[in-house]
Write a protein that binds this ligand. Sequence first.
Ligand code: UDP
Ligand code: MG
Length: 319
Amino acid sequence: MKDTKLFVVLPCYNEEEVLGETSKRLLELYGKMISEGTVSPESKIVFVDDGSRDRTWEIISGLCEQNNIYRGVKLAHNAGHQNALLGGLMTVKDECDCAVSIDADLQDDINVIPEMVKKFDNGCDVVYGVRSERKTDSFFKRTTAQGFYKFMAMMGVDVVYNHADYRLMSRRALNDLESFKEVNLFLRGLVPLIGYKSDSVYYERAERFAGESKYPLKKMLSFAFDGITSFSVKPIKVLWSMGLIVCVAAVIAAIYTLVSKFFGYTSDGWASLMCSIWFLGGVQLVSIGIIGEYIGKIYKESKARPRYIIEEYKKEANN
Ligand code: UDP
Ligand code: MG
């Protein structure tokens, strides 16, 4: 009999439609894993309510009262998926041997959890859940996601291709995660930085069980942009090279104009003038925007506000 204490942590934002099914399926899986001796009977399922406005917390509280295997962490306000996940993991890390983070909507296949635990038992500190295919995602989401992972790699950020936030982490890795204090949290980029031995398990991503995605296009793009600018200063370096290229081109154009003038070829010059003004204006605006994004991040980091605030923690002793 193994005594690996496994905690599964699920961030939930307005997930009243899925919680019943998710808790049921996880409970079944835990029953199987405990009886087979894969994990200790003291393992837990932890729901983190990320300031939901529907009945999410009510349902979580109900589950905690029904069965000691469930726990609930209620955040005081909507801190966002990444912060909610971190809040849950940090709340339980001292009690578990390893923790698996997974979305509440059953899109990630919970049946690979035993395989993750096996890899942990064999000495891995981090086990990534990787989508082996994304058939259920729309063509748009698939291609933008692919572009994102490629762009991250180009920018020199070490991210695991097709891995989101479904992963197992050992207590040791969780303790190290705590020492990363950044407010602009992008766990997918942070976890590989911790190091330690890691491995992956593969699964097919399903459709959302019920309810709607909490990541509409705008939020998804801003998350991707945050990921890039939180981990790489390459965009600023690219601006520098772009500026240089534009300057060289401008010098060549100036020489050409002067020579033309010298030899008496006259033109009204309006088109070229307008083109360069527009082009340079555009480059400057984009550059200022990107630099502004970094300054904004520095501003947020310098305030060092808490990333999440826990309002209530329901665990078995409280019941
Ligand atoms: N989530 C959260 N806080 C938020 C937004 C989302 O805790 O502000 C949770 C959500 O309940 C879900 C997970 O994060 O468990 C992933 O969100 P979703 O499934 O909507 O994203 P998608 O899979 O569509 O990218
Ligand atoms: Mg989802």
